[in-house]
Design a protein around this ligand. Structure first.
Ligand code: ATR
Length: 265
């Protein structure tokens, strides 16, 4: 039996086990996906322990995404982002990937959003870093807007073809933009949005990384403005799909994983 899992602290309400196990079941794979909650300062030790135990793959979430970098061979994108959310133990040494970046790209592609032009990324934390690198690598021009503008500037200096801004620039930036991704926590369990509704328009595709609630105020405003909307569960789904495919070498049964994920949201 293959064993995959997630390390995080806390991991209590993770949606990953039902999503991944639906995938194993659909493909007839003899595999399990379990969650582990190591102490907050022991991400690297947890990776070493997992390798010793013969675990095949791990997802990594808060607060371990940066710490585990020292315990893995990071793929170039994970190294640039500075965070690992997926570890593959099937090679000689554990390899660390960041599938959050690809998750956002595949979520947009699933909705036939053209990956060209200009993207506005709101937020410069962990999610913002991953999405900014992911979209820039697709060739988009990336405008990063953050409450703390200096953090957006710092990130923009690392990302190709990017610039940094404060949230007060959002309306101007969005007028010429094709894609908007919210990577802040604004809207999570609250009816708030980081983006003025009147800045949204019908030529935009809007992805919200927040998935609680599934229809955030930002997505409601975006739909009202005639924009294409992509909810945060798609990004969560595709970061998992990407990890699943790396680990198993199979095409993931995306529809089955999606329906199982949405049942548990
Ligand atoms: P994550 O890993 O989910 O990205 P994070 O690294 O803590 O979490 O980043 C949170 C992001 O949400 C940051 O961009 C943060 O802005 P600051 O860098 O200025 O702190 C943004 N954020 C959180 N609360 C916000 C709020 N009320 N208004 C605007 N931005 C907010």
């Amino acid at each position: 039996m293959d064993v995959y899992g997630l390390i995080g602290n806390p991991v209590g309400h993770s949606l990953s086990p039902p999503m991944h196990e639906a995938g194993y079941e659909a493909l007839g794979l003899d595999a399990r996906y379990v969650t582990f909650e190591p102490p907050a300062d022991s991400g690297a030790e947890a990776i070493e322990a997992a390798e010793t135990l013969g675990i095949d793959g791990l997802n990594v979430t808060i607060p371990f995404k940066q710490d585990v970098l020292t315990a893995v061979d990071p793929a170039p994108l994970a190294e640039r982002i500075g965070a690992v959310n997926t570890v593959d133990f099937t090679g000689k040494t554990p390899t660390g990937y960041n599938t959050d970046a690809v998750g956002a790209v595949r979520a947009l592609a699933h909705h036939d959003v053209s990956l060209s032009g200009t993207a506005v990324v709101v937020g410069a934390g962990g999610a913002g870093r991953a999405v900014a690198f992911g979209l820039a690598d697709e060739g988009l021009s990336v405008k990063i807007a953050n409450r703390t503008a200096s953090k957006a500037d710092g990130l923009a200096a690392e990302v190709p073809n990017a610039s940094g801004h404060g949230l007060d620039s959002l309306s101007g930036l969005l007028a010429d933009a094709d894609i908007l991704v919210n990577c802040t926590s604004v809207g999570m369990e609250e009816d708030e949005t980081p983006v003025p509704a009147d800045a949204l328009h019908g030529d935009l595709a809007v992805l919200d990384a927040v998935y609680t609630p599934i229809e955030t105020r930002l997505l409601r405003d975006a739909a009202a403005a005639g924009a294409t909307t992509v909810d945060g569960a798609w990004m969560l789904l595709y970061q998992g799909v990407e990890a699943f495919e790396r680990w198993t070498g199979e095409d993931a049964p995306v529809d089955r994983m999606n329906s199982q994920l949405r049942e548990h949201l």
